[in-house]
Design a binder for this molecule. Structure first.
Ligand SMILES: [Fe+2]
Length: 231
């Protein structure tokens, strides 16, 4: 059976949009839609479904923008208004949304959540925040500080240490050089159906079910990145 590649997917999208598939020099990339099984009972079925539907739409929009960018006019670009500028802004917005949702859905909803004290995750967070509890306090504060967006624990590739950040929407206040490790969705669409405006209770619930085994793999990857950054 032949494999459905990113190029096949992209060509399908271009064809559906009536874009020229033979004459492009800027091969943008596309996102493959992933499937997530959220077992948590701290979110209702309808809330989970609507969130996953929303994610599907972000994937579709990102792929559509990516395909349009392959053929958009680059000879008449303006910072006031141009199709190229609009697409680039929307590319970042939708691309971040796809990647952040992938990371979020993968690192929540672990019904057997547990962090071993000898794990890389525990050691790195304790090292860079003073203690694991301090990381938690700072991370929760970042969740509450976001104006509808994300809280992220990330590897700062400049300082080579772990930090938390608070992002608004999908693309405002995103730190340069960030490699994301622990991701929490604090858009209202993530919790409003079940918790109304109580983002704190939602955050505490999701924190209790973080998938530390998934997060551990991310820390291991981040350590490798860190070791290869050079002097
Ligand atoms: Fe979301």
């Amino acid at each position: 059976m032949s494999k459905f590649t990113n190029k096949d997917l992209k060509d399908n999208i271009r064809n559906s949009l009536g874009l020229n598939v033979t004459n492009n020099t800027n091969e943008s990339y596309v996102a493959q839609q992933k499937t997530f099984r959220l077992q948590t009972e701290l979110l209702s079925k309808s809330s989970k479904k609507s969130h996953l539907d929303l994610y599907d739409n972000y994937v579709k929009d990102f792929n559509r923008i990516s395909a349009e960018l392959d053929t958009v006019d680059r000879s008449d670009v303006s910072s006031n208004h141009s199709s190229f500028r609009s697409l680039k802004i929307d590319e970042t917005y939708n691309m971040n949304s796809v990647y952040l949702h992938d990371l979020y859905f993968s690192n929540i909803s672990d019904l057997h959540s547990e962090i071993p004290m000898d794990s890389l995750a525990y050691m790195r967070l304790s090292r860079d925040f003073g203690s694991f509890d301090e990381w938690q306090r700072d991370f929760i504060a970042c969740c509450l500080a976001s104006r509808c967006g994300w809280a992220i624990t990330y590897l700062n590739t400049f300082t080579r240490s772990y930090m938390n950040c608070s992002i608004d929407l999908h693309s405002l206040n995103v730190p340069v050089g960030m490699y994301p490790i622990i991701v929490m969705d604090v858009w209202q669409h993530a919790y409003y159906r079940d918790y109304l405006q109580d983002v704190k209770t939602y955050t505490y619930g999701m924190m209790k079910q973080l998938s530390w085994s998934v997060i551990e793999q991310r820390f291991q990857k981040a350590d490798k990145i860190q070791n290869n950054l050079g002097v």
